[in-house]
Design a protein around this ligand. Structure first.
Ligand code: FMN
Length: 316
């Protein structure tokens, strides 16, 4: 399929990219936790016109999240402490996946409290023919056990990726936490343990205070900051990781339009994910994909894939 065959795509631009061995129609995915199980967004955009979507992080059993308040608006972003509320792996495979139209690229997201739990989840989801790949969430900033612990400790991260790698031969992405000092080290660990790609970043650990009530705004006290406020942090981390590893990177954090998305590609991302923006404009991801193709055409790139790492970072 060439870009010319993609409705709305810039004529002559090849929009296809390959992320962690997953062929994608274009470079735009939607981010886990911001796009439900896909069907919720079907009235707003044709799911086959985006590269794909990453489903809400799954646990082995259904899970309720934190009590409200668990989201709050912030300047240029939002705080959330949903805490991996999800239907569980069985309902996802048996009820959510069959409800999706054919041709939609689905990446499952797995969350656990121990490497063996992640591995069991990954083995179950990656065996399903509708699943194109799995992203492991090693970075949830507001769950007390699991997630971020793995994303912050290189030894735990290595054990996690090694254990999960042994559980699947399918495409495996590791979603890293921005809440670390040296993201390049964490990226190298993922590459060394056989991950096919890296997604970064998850939300930035944060909190907000209600001064009149002298209380934290979120019931969980801590939450994750997302939206445009974190984009420069995400860009910096994608850039640093891209300098450190050869495996592909999926960039996420504060993307609102095609220009934002192109920044991530130039800094070394192979594809991008749109998150918080889906709440403001549920059709944004498809428009962003078209805008990337337009950018490529205007700047003389025959393939969107050629934008990856095309930043001119010379001084002066
Ligand atoms: C309400 C909400 C729920 C989220 N749930 C998940 C999740 O279940 N798994 C995950 O890996 N990331 C989750 N995220 C993080 C996003 O996937 C993304 O990494 C982050 O929000 C940064 O991107 P953005 O600024 O475009 O939203 C969630 C984010 C939000 C706002």
């Amino acid at each position: 399929m060439s870009g010319a065959e993609t409705p709305g795509g810039a004529a002559g631009v090849d929009e296809r990219v390959v992320l962690a061995g997953i062929p994608l129609r274009n470079a735009v995915l939607t981010a886990s936790g911001t796009f439900g199980y896909g069907t919720e967004f079907a009235p707003f955009l044709d799911l086959t016109q985006i590269g794909g979507f990453v489903a809400k992080s799954l646990t082995l059993e259904p899970r309720f999240g934190n009590p409200p308040p668990r989201i709050a608006e912030t300047p240029a972003g939002m705080l959330n402490a949903i805490s991996i509320e999800n239907v569980g792996v069985r309902a996802f495979l048996e009820e959510k996946l069959p409800a999706l139209p054919e041709g939609v690229v689905v990446i499952a997201s797995a969350f656990g409290t121990a490497p063996e739990v992640y591995a069991e989840l990954v083995a179950r989801v990656s065996a399903h023919p509708r699943i194109a790949g799995v992203e492991i969430n090693a970075s949830c900033p507001h769950v007390k056990a699991g997630g971020i612990e793995f994303g912050q400790d290189p030894k735990l991260l290595a054990e996690l990726v090694r254990t999960v790698r042994a559980a699947t031969q399918g495409p495996l992405l590791v979603k890293l936490s921005p809440n670390v000092t040296r993201i390049a080290d964490m990226a190298r660990v993922c590459e060394a343990e056989g991950a096919d790609g890296i997604t970064l970043i998850n939300a930035v650990q944060a909190m907000e205070v209600d001064v009149e009530r002298r209380r934290p705004v979120l019931s969980n006290i801590l939450g994750g900051l997302s939206g445009p406020a974190i984009r420069p942090i995400a860009l910096r981390m994608v850039w640093q990781a891209a300098q450190a590893v050869k495996i592909p990177i999926c960039g996420v954090g504060g993307i609102t339009d095609a220009s934002d998305a192109v920044k991530f590609l130039l800094c070394g991302a192979t594809a991008v994910q749109v998150g918080t923006t889906n709440y403001l404009d549920p059709g944004a991801a498809a428009a962003i994909a078209r805008g990337i193709a337009d950018y490529a055409q205007r700047h003389g790139f025959a393939r969107v894939a050629d934008l990856t790492g095309a930043l001119d970072a010379r001084r002066g």
